[in-house]
Design a protein. Structure first.
Length: 417
């Protein structure tokens, strides 16, 4: 039987919990009166009055007189009714999305609205410590350009590729970067003198959508992201599921082809990543160009322009290359197989697709939905919603900043906001 811990709670912890409840209530529904907040949180009017007064003193919320009444509503006698709203620019956080060969840094307010951002590309052969120096320099540059007072920055959220220990902030393994046991949290905190929280990048995307995007009000959500690798972030009742060894969601290393599959970076053969990652699709595209050297795809890939190779593949398919469209539909089938596993195991209400799956949503979404509908147990696949991320290319950096907002503000363990 697992060892259990039973602990009481002191008055300060109760107050902190109530403060979190009020902040989250205002995040999900702005312009609530004190009475409405009390009803929604099941707290007394006196408690709400005290908490709101404290938040006003800190500049985190403000009072707004309700001058406009809904049709048919009677104007109350006496003082105009006031409502409470969060002050968007009362506090800020920085989000850092570390992908394979690039990282994005963004500064956001407490509504996770991005004020400034910057993307930096790096060679994946570069040592982790050199990349961290670049990240620190970019964070400092973004803060400087924003003009935000450093005292208003609560902290930094980092979403990193690979296996991440949320408790220690260590990137245990990122095979696509060749990183092992990189102490992201401690190194960044020491360099920036700001608190840092770190998690897997796809889990942060799922968290961002849950509180600030398409997942608001959704009980269970899965975010599936594809680029160099393929991963999933799982959210249940607003909480991230990380697994006992922090590896939950590594669906890219689910073996799909039991025999004859290609060798994956993880050492296994036939992993999902070898079938539907960006690299896997580009390998298929190269085969098509060899077969049809005068085809639309060959011409599109040879064009000198600024768009990435995967975008050129999508462009060729949109331009009418039927062989490319068929190849993408085939890849979408394997994506659907993976999503079927997510549905059967986790049974989410909503699945969101990010990375190349959202950039090529016109090729991936419908075939994947059809596969899930046909293959999921008991008709569960027909009841799950599958959509593209609402954040587009910003999903990674807004996910990382959402991690910081939840950790340092909305669900903070400190009352010093």
């Amino acid at each position: 039987m697992p060892k259990q811990s039973f602990r009481g709670s002191n008055i300060n912890l109760v107050k902190l919990h109530n403060l979190r409840v009020v902040l989250l209530s205002l995040l999900h529904e702005s312009n609530l009166s004190r009475v409405q907040i009390a009803k929604k949180t099941n707290l007394s009017n006196t408690t709400i009055t005290n908490l709101i007064s404290e938040l006003i003193d800190q500049g985190i919320v403000s009072e707004v007189e309700e001058t406009e009444l809904e049709q048919g509503e009677l104007r109350p006698v006496g003082r105009p009714r006031t409502s409470i709203q969060l002050e968007p620019n009362a506090r800020f956080v920085v989000g850092v999305h570390i992908g394979v060969g690039l990282f994005r840094v963004g500064l956001v307010n407490i509504y996770n609205e991005m004020l400034h951002n910057q993307v930096v590309y790096f060679e994946i052969s570069r040592p982790a410590d050199q990349v961290l120096v670049q990240i620190v320099q970019t964070i400092e540059a973004v803060i400087t350009v924003s003009g935000v007072e450093r005292s208003k920055i609560l902290g930094i959220g980092v979403g990193a590729s690979g296996l991440v220990d949320f408790q220690t902030g260590i990137n245990l393994l990122a095979p696509n970067l060749n990183w092992h046991n990189v102490p992201l949290r401690d190194d960044l905190q020491q360099a920036l003198n700001l608190p840092v929280v770190v998690d897997n990048n796809v889990r942060t995307m799922a968290l961002g959508e849950t509180y600030f995007g398409a997942g608001r009000g959704v009980d269970s959500l899965a975010f599936v992201y594809g680029r160099t690798g393929v991963g999933a972030g799982l959210i249940f009742k607003g909480q991230v599921f990380r697994g006992s060894t922090k590896g939950a969601g590594e669906i890219g290393h689910t073996v799909i082809l039991l025999r004859g599959g290609e060798l994956c970076r993880c050492g296994q053969r036939g992993c999902l990543e070898t079938l539907i990652s960006e690299e896997a699709i580009l390998r298929q595209a190269e085969q098509i160009t060899r077969l049809y050297p005068q085809g639309i795809l060959a011409q599109t890939l040879s064009d000198e322009n600024d768009i990435s190779p995967i975008e050129r593949v999508f462009r060729a398919a949109r331009a009418g290359d039927e062989t490319v469209r068929a190849m993408l539909e085939d890849r979408a089938f394997y994506l659907g197989v993976a999503l079927t596993g997510v549905v059967n195991l986790f049974n989410p209400e909503l699945i969101l697709l990010g990375g190349i799956f959202s950039r090529g949503v016109d090729f991936f979404l419908e075939p994947a939905i059809n596969t899930v509908s046909q293959m999921s147990f008991g008709g569960m696949g027909r009841r799950v919603r599958i959509e593209a991320t609402s954040f587009g290319w910003k999903a990674g950096v807004l996910g990382a900043s959402a991690l910081a907002l939840m950790h340092f503000f909305y669900q903070s363990e400190s009352s010093n906001l």
